[in-house]
Design a protein around this ligand. Structure first.
Ligand code: GUN
Length: 751
């Protein structure tokens, strides 16, 4: 039986009592998030577009938006309703939902935008909030002061300050109605920060980023990116961020990747009036079309020429539907990209659609890099216009911290191989995060000046090609460090299967690049290696061992050919496996080298069908770890988590800590301290929910492993965190840690 949208949709279910205004994050990719905002008129899934409804001119009926398009929230203007007696009377008597004939979430704006366009509004600060409350809106907006880009710094500061001054009185009047607390600040970084910081201290439900319409109208997307970068680190992470007046689908991927949750726009209707079509790659005029850019449901049976012949009203409604459908499709694409961990790649692809968007993208990815990542090294790999983009960014290092905020939000590993997308690949935030983690935590076996061998010329897996060589070298030259040159940078051989470095999906010539001695030396410095001699070996050639032997002899590192008694190879193989697990413990579990050595003393390995380690057993034969074959990661067993916890030397965290992903190197996995009343559930393997966390370590990072501990210090579980240290105690709904343990069998539940 065919199934289709019959066109009528039931009314929404109100959220659970006590949940109104809570925002939970269900999926994330770096700073981008898919979330749920709980309201009396349903649970709004984000990122979402709230179409603007002008109550006087309804190009598409709100009911159709609900029924046909599944749009769960819209925005209208309370000032327009307040000014028109008929609308006002209807809204006051029957409510705004009845006025618009719409059952979903209704957000209203306050008249600030009218004040910006017409110079002033007649309504008072308290009066407009009171009015919004009395007509039953779900999310009201306070009367903020619009900061125009042409204002002086003093004028913008005054707009920020007056908005902050009006905050508390607006919140008091709003009572239990959710309220928008807009962020102003023009294009001044420090004023955006001030506004975000101060507005976050009040009890707002949502933070719109205001004053951006004139910036977007002029295609100043670089300034838009700067505003986002300055504002977001200062905003309360537990509240959705709304982009006031932004609804062009071309901007969605970049803004979502930077942390936007809500959009609103009248563009679908305004552009339709001018016969313009929205598209993820810009705006197109109907007069120029022979074919539709996208075959959307609303165009089936019509050609662009048919639509041109329509009467104006009919044509506008037709094109508004087209614009709405295209916008919803791009939003769905963005959401899926967040689930897939590819939102930055989507932003990267879209950046090529418009020169101003490309400028913004290059500006973002050309920030000076946080310590541990040297732009110089990337510089030499990058030959495009990025260098030029940097020269025209005179702000220099002041954005470093803000860009770090994007990198630090990333989970370095992905489930799949890294698709090569040209040089942009090298500055994807999760690639930078992976490099930062590697450079900060990995340490050479010896601190003295050492010799280094760089293997290059072929993609992984390298163990087939190089394992015999590595085993022989390890036996004869144990202090020599071996690295593989990957398109994403150097990778210590001990981590040879680590995603993303080992899984780059791209053209074969990527692997042919000859090592550049200067570059290699610089990158080794990031690994704290001041190399004595750097040798390079092309492993695409036949007879790798013989070639290596000749190379080492030519440097007089060995006198005889690189031959060892084959009987020692099994022992060397075991040593190599141990070294590989050890390096994973150091880089991925933040162990210090001594504890990792101790943990692996006397360990044995269960080998899988492919010859790789499947399970690691400790000296008493207990399963403690399993290397993950898919991404080169490490899975920890319940028993393994107890051993890891035993190496912690720091006291328990006692409060909320400011997120710092590379804090306390060597101190192991971060702790999440939970309330006592959650303990029995966690012991049985249930997830940790927000609201039950007492404290956490500063290096708690979304997507990475953590230990779950009760307030008396007893370990009760381990899992994968879904939040970072800034969010753990602030979010009030949703899963904080996905528990991977079940201690109910091993521990007395009453402990
Ligand atoms: N609509 C577009 N921009 C703004 C803004 O800065 N403030 C308010 N309240 N509404 C807007």
């Amino acid at each position: 039986m065919a199934v289709w949208n019959s066109g009528s949709r039931g009314d929404p279910q109100p959220c659970r009592e006590g949940d109104e205004g809570k925002f939970e994050i269900s999926s994330r990719d770096g700073r981008a998030r898919v979330g749920k905002l709980h309201t009396k008129h349903g649970i709004l899934e984000t990122p979402a577009l709230l179409p603007v409804i002008n109550p006087n001119i309804r190009t598409i009926e709100p009911r159709e938006m609900w029924d046909r398009y599944g749009i769960s929230a819209l925005i209208t203007n309370s000032y327009i309703i307040w000014k028109h007696d008929e609308l006002k009377q209807h809204a006051l008597e029957k409510g705004v939902h009845d006025l618009l004939d719409y059952p979903g979430v209704i957000m209203t704006d306050s008249g600030t935008f009218q004040a910006y366009v017409y110079g002033d509004v007649e309504v008072g600060v308290e009066e407009i909030v009171e009015f919004q409350k009395s007509i039953g809106v779900d999310i009201a907006t306070m009367l903020d002061v619009f900061s125009r880009p042409d204002m002086s710094e003093l004028e913008v500061e005054s707009a920020v300050d007056v908005t902050v001054e009006r905050a508390q009185q607006s919140i008091d009047i709003a009572g239990d109605t959710m309220l928008n607390g807009p962020i102003q600040g023009g294009t001044f970084r420090h004023l955006r920060k001030k506004s975000a910081r101060e507005m976050s201290t009040f009890d707002f439900a949502v933070h719109p980023i205001g004053g951006i319409v004139p910036i977007m109208e002029k295609h100043r997307y670089k300034d838009l990116a700067k505003i986002m970068l300055a504002t977001l680190p200062e905003l309360a992470p537990e509240r959705p961020r709304h982009m006031f007046g932004c609804g062009h689908p071309m901007l969605f991927p970049m803004l979502i990747a930077l942390g936007a949750d809500l959009f609103d726009s009248a563009a679908y209707a305004l552009f339709a009036r001018d016969k313009r079509l929205l598209s993820p790659s810009g705006t197109i005029h109907l007069d120029d079309l022979q074919e539709w850019p996208s075959m959307l449901p609303c165009v089936v049976g019509y050609s662009p020429k048919d639509v041109l012949k329509m009467k104006e009203k009919e044509r506008t409604a037709f094109l508004a539907r087209y614009n709405l459908e295209v916008t919803l499709a791009e939003l769905a694409r963005c959401k899926q990209a967040v689930h897939d961990g590819t939102i930055w790649q989507l932003a990267e692809q879209r950046s090529h659609q418009h020169p101003a968007l490309r400028e913004a993208f290059l500006w973002l990815t050309t920030r000076p890099f946080p310590s541990g990542i040297s732009i110089d090294v990337l510089d030499d790999l990058i030959v495009d216009d990025r260098a030029a983009a940097r020269e025209i960014s005179p702000e220099g290092g002041i954005w470093e911290g803000d860009w770090s905020f994007v990198i630090d939000a990333q989970s370095p590993r992905r489930k799949k191989g890294e698709r090569w997308g040209g040089e942009d690949t090298l500055v994807r935030p999760h690639i930078l995060a992976a490099r930062k983690q590697l450079h900060t935590r990995w340490k050479p076996e010896e601190n003295n000046r050492i010799d280094v061998l760089i293997l290059h010329g072929a993609p992984g897996p390298w163990r087939m090609r190089c394992e015999t060589l590595v085993l022989r070298m390890q036996s004869l030259l144990p202090s020599m460090e071996i690295f593989v040159q990957t398109p994403l940078g150097l990778l210590p051989y001990g981590l040879e299967d680590l995603n993303p470095f080992a899984q780059v999906d791209g053209p074969s010539w990527l692997w042919d690049r000859r090592p550049n001695p200067m570059l290699i030396r610089k990158e080794l410095m990031m690994f704290s290696i001041d190399a004595d001699r750097i040798l390079t070996l092309d492993i695409s050639l036949e007879k790798v061992v013989q070639k290596a032997s000749e190379l080492l002899q030519s440097f007089e590192i060995i006198a005889e050919p690189l031959i060892v008694d084959d009987s020692i190879l099994p022992e060397q193989r075991k040593l190599l496996r141990r070294k590989q697990i050890l390096q994973k413990l150091v880089v991925l579990a933040n162990c210090n080298s001594e504890s990792a050595h101790e943990m692996l003393d006397g360990c044995s390995f269960i080998i899988g069908g492919t010859g790789r380690v499947k399970n690691v057993l400790n000296a008493s034969g207990k399963h403690i770890l399993s290397p993950r074959l898919t991404d080169g990661g490490l899975s920890i067993t319940d028993f393994g988590s107890e051993i890891l916890y035993g190496y912690r030397s720091l006291p328990l965290p006692t409060e909320h800590n400011r997120f710092s992903p590379m804090a306390n190197p060597g101190e192991g996995l971060p702790l999440v301290i939970i309330h006592d009343d959650a303990v029995e559930y966690i012991l049985r393997g249930r997830n940790v929910f927000h609201g039950f966390i007492h404290a956490c370590d500063a290096w708690l990072t979304a997507g990475q492993a953590c230990l779950i501990v009760r307030q008396n210090g007893n370990l009760v579980g381990h899992g994968i965190s879904r939040c970072n240290a800034n969010e753990a105690l602030r979010l009030r709904k949703g899963i904080a840690v996905r528990t991977r343990s079940d201690f109910s069998k091993t521990i007395d539940v009453a402990n």
